[in-house]
Design a protein around this ligand. Structure first.
Ligand SMILES: C[S@@+](CC[C@H](N)C(=O)[O-])C[C@H]1O[C@@H](n2cnc3c(N)ncnc32)[C@H](O)[C@@H]1O
Length: 193
């Protein structure tokens, strides 16, 4: 259930009583030379095609990218839209949020983005998300389905210069063009064909 609280729109999960809203940690140092930044390359525009609660969208916006966040679950998209609008950080306010299926959104996007970023749900073995644990738990329960093959196909056919796919560090090697590994996540890069 969505409800408007003093701090903005929040989601109350009736089964667990958990109450969540996207929260963007403010003071965390941005790793401008870390694996994510290196995977993104010299991009200006990024479509985060699996936006969720926007942890990665906001991280990318704070790195200086012009971010469009696409989330298909209407309640999650509404929460993200509200949290972005209410943020005190102008770089966060600049994130554009769309409620859509990214396979369709990317197919219609003109001009294409420099980068399409994908962060599918992967099994919860350790902390890999830009999100706090409580938010991630709820996201897993209400938006667990993610057809990564369809998303990767749509992203690679969208005309984007590159597609960056976030995966767990222990995932089997993929047939991609570049890999940037970190302790918590691995970023696989597919360059334009
Ligand atoms: C692991 S979460 C993303 C977490 C996000 N990176 C963050 O930091 O908050 C994956 C999200 O992708 C969304 N999603 C899955 N398939 C999608 C699609 N085809 N189009 C748009 N959103 C999709 C799910 O609803 C879910 O919210």
């Amino acid at each position: 259930m969505l409800r408007g609280g003093g701090g903005g729109l929040e989601l109350v999960e009736l089964s667990s009583g958990l109450c969540v809203r996207p929260r963007f940690a403010g003071r965390k140092k941005i790793a401008r030379r870390g694996p994510l930044a290196r995977a993104m390359g010299r991009a200006a525009t990024v479509v985060d095609a699996t936006a969720g609660f926007g942890g990665d969208s906001v991280l990318l916006a704070r790195m200086g990218f012009c971010v469009t966040a696409v989330e298909r679950h209407p309640a999650i998209a509404a929460l993200l839209h509200d949290a972005v609008a209410c943020s005190a950080d102008p770089r966060v306010n600049a994130v554009r949020v769309h409620c859509a299926d990214s396979c369709e959104f990317l197919g219609a996007l003109r001009p294409p983005a420099d980068v399409v970023y994908l962060d599918p749900m992967f099994p919860a073995r350790r902390k890999t998300s830009a999100l706090p644990a409580k938010e991630m738990q709820v996201l897993r329960r209400i938006a667990f389905r993610c057809d990564i093959d369809a998303l990767l196909h749509a992203a690679r056919n969208s005309g984007a210069g590159r597609v960056v796919l976030k995966r767990p560090p222990e995932a089997p090697a993929a047939d991609c063009d570049l890999v940037f590994g970190g302790k918590l996540a691995r970023y696989e890069v597919y360059l334009r064909r």
